[in-house]
Design a protein. Structure first.
Length: 132
């Protein structure tokens, strides 16, 4: 994202990271990137939806979650609060969506190492053009 912003958009895109554990991110980005971006060091489910209410048509939300649906999880927050609150035309991209597509194709909710994960709300959101 940062490289694309720099190379193709002359750093004209505002980027905000919501990252509960920013240590690795901060070691990977340049000092100038730190100055040009906003970092919210918090769990996503603790972020006020007003942050996302600012987004307009053609803005993009990149989602990389814990992939675990449980009480007070980021996944539940994404599906039941964040996505329904977005304005029409705001795009959202699940960065690990290929895993979900493989689950749908196989008809199985089983993932490597025997872990089972339930994606609440996935099937009601799968038909959204923003997801596909």
């Amino acid at each position: 994202m940062l490289d694309t912003n720099e190379l193709f958009f002359n750093n004209g895109i505002d980027i905000t990271f919501v990252e509960p554990y920013p240590e690795l991110l901060l070691t990977l980005i340049k000092k100038t990137d730190r100055e040009r971006t906003t970092l919210i060091s918090s769990n996503l489910q603790e972020v006020d939806l007003k942050l996302f209410a600012q987004l307009e048509e053609h803005d993009i939300v990149f989602v990389d979650s814990t992939h675990v649906s449980k009480v007070y999880s980021d996944v539940n927050y994404i599906f039941f609060k964040l996505l329904p609150s977005l304005r029409s035309g705001v795009l959202y991209i699940f960065t690990t969506f290929s895993i979900l597509l493989n689950i749908l194709k196989s008809g199985s909710m089983r993932i490597e190492h025997g872990m089972r994960r339930t994606y609440s709300g996935l099937f009601s959101n799968i038909t959204s053009p923003s997801v596909l």
